[in-house]
Write a protein that binds this ligand. Structure first.
Ligand SMILES: Nc1ncnc2c1ncn2[C@@H]1O[C@H](COP(=O)(O)OP(=O)(O)OP(=O)(O)O)[C@@H](O)[C@H]1O
Length: 373
């Protein structure tokens, strides 16, 4: 079982080398504005929910990019546009050199199998009336794929790969626990041998003790099969395990992106600092009393704050922040590839914030194994 899988060292593309490689996925100024209609008797468009408001990022072959931020920041919407479950309002999505931003169903067909999604809720994402075998097999049937040895053989191999008993082929989803169902979701996503998996909060519906096992499984899959991941989570502790690079999203924008090491040890954006300081369950000792607490909720994406969107919750905000939107750039002191959108960034301190990343005990144990192994 995946319990025994040790965490491999992430060998992903470094920021420097990444620039010289062709990205598998490139997103430029991508936006999703959901229209709001009102008025009587004739309904008119009266506004828009600016769920995603101009994001740029790239994912390289075999790379795992973590996308983090509080609830409502637009992470899921971003993931759904990348998989083209949603069509962007503006911007451009390029996959393997092809512009798929507005590609129609038929045009998307050849790449549908290459981009797969793993959903948050392993309970609602599996059809309760279908056996596990049918669930995992159906993407192959839909796409007319006949693997050597047949589809059933392939399904049994996939079950084994994700740590389930191949003999459970004829069982139904309700016979499995949450963690096992998420493994079924992973097997289904792998059935078409994808090149990119968008995993939208794949472990947040699971019990904390199970989360580590599923993260571990995804990491094994990524490492052994070389699949690129866009790993969406609200928790920096989970993404840390898994990502070569991490992008931090706030109210429809990416505010900071960096390789894993830079982001966790030298975060520059106050919001990243705040996320790293989020400590729900740990007793506050003197050292930790100064942890940053984010006040209030994320403002409404219908009318986001002017200038820097984080300014209404930021302890460093000044007048300039209300008038000038900070660009996402490599500010002074940042390593190559580390971009920050802030007028008054935190110092590039190597004062590790690592101790601020609070992990549940199971994840912490994995991390320990990883470093010791
Ligand atoms: N179909 C829709 N119509 C209108 N607004 C939407 C729609 N889908 C999402 N939104 C809004 O867009 C914003 C971003 O939502 P999204 O689900 O992408 O955020 P998120 O960061 O993934 O949050 P969560 O972790 O809660 O899913 C939210 O304010 C949400 O209410």
């Amino acid at each position: 079982m995946s319990n025994n899988v040790t965490l491999p060292e992430q060998q992903g593309p470094e920021a420097g080398t990444a620039a010289t490689r062709e990205p598998l996925l490139a997103v430029e100024n991508m936006k999703m504005h959901f229209p709001i209609y009102g008025g009587f008797p004739i309904k008119r468009k009266v506004g828009a929910v600016r769920a995603v408001d101009g994001v740029d990022f790239q994912v390289f072959p075999g790379e795992s990019l973590g996308l983090v931020g509080e609830s409502g920041c637009g992470k899921s919407t971003t993931g759904r546009m990348v998989t083209r479950l949603l069509e962007p309002t503006a911007g451009k999505i390029t996959y393997s050199g092809r512009d798929i931003t507005h590609a129609k169903r038929r045009e998307l067909a050849p790449i549908r199998s290459e981009i797969q999604m793993i959903f948050q809720d392993p309970y609602s994402s599996l059809n309760p009336r279908q056996t596990v075998g049918t669930i995992i097999k159906s993407p192959m049937e839909i796409n007319g794929i006949n693997p050597p040895g047949g589809r059933e053989k392939k399904v049994r191999e996939l079950l084994e790969l994700v740590g389930l008993n191949p003999e459970h082929y004829n069982r139904f989803p309700h016979e499995f626990s949450g963690g096992q169902r998420q493994r079924i979701g992973v097997a289904r996503a792998l059935a078409l041998e994808p090149k990119l998996i968008v995993a939208d909060e794949p472990v947040s519906a699971l019990d904390v003790s199970i989360q580590a096992q599923v993260v571990n499984l995804l990491q094994k899959v990524q490492d052994e099969l070389g699949i690129a991941f866009l790993f969406i989570a609200h928790d920096l502790a989970i993404v840390r395990h898994f990502s070569h690079r991490v992008a931090v999203m706030y109210l429809g924008k990416i505010v900071e992106v960096a390789d894993r090491e830079s982001l966790y040890t030298r975060p520059r954006h106050p919001y990243t600092h705040a996320l790293l300081s989020a400590v729900p369950e740990v007793d506050l000792d003197t050292e930790h009393k100064e942890r940053i607490r984010l006040a209030g909720d994320v403002p409404s994406p219908i009318s986001p704050p002017s200038g820097c969107r984080f300014r209404t919750r930021c302890w460093k905000a000044q007048d300039k922040c209300a008038t000038d939107e900070p660009p996402l750039v490599q500010i002074s002191g940042n390593k190559e590839g580390h971009l920050t959108a802030c007028h008054f960034p935190e110092a590039p301190s190597i004062e590790a914030r690592v101790e601020d990343v609070v992990m549940d005990p199971a994840l912490a144990a994995l991390e320990k194994d990883h470093t010791e192994g």
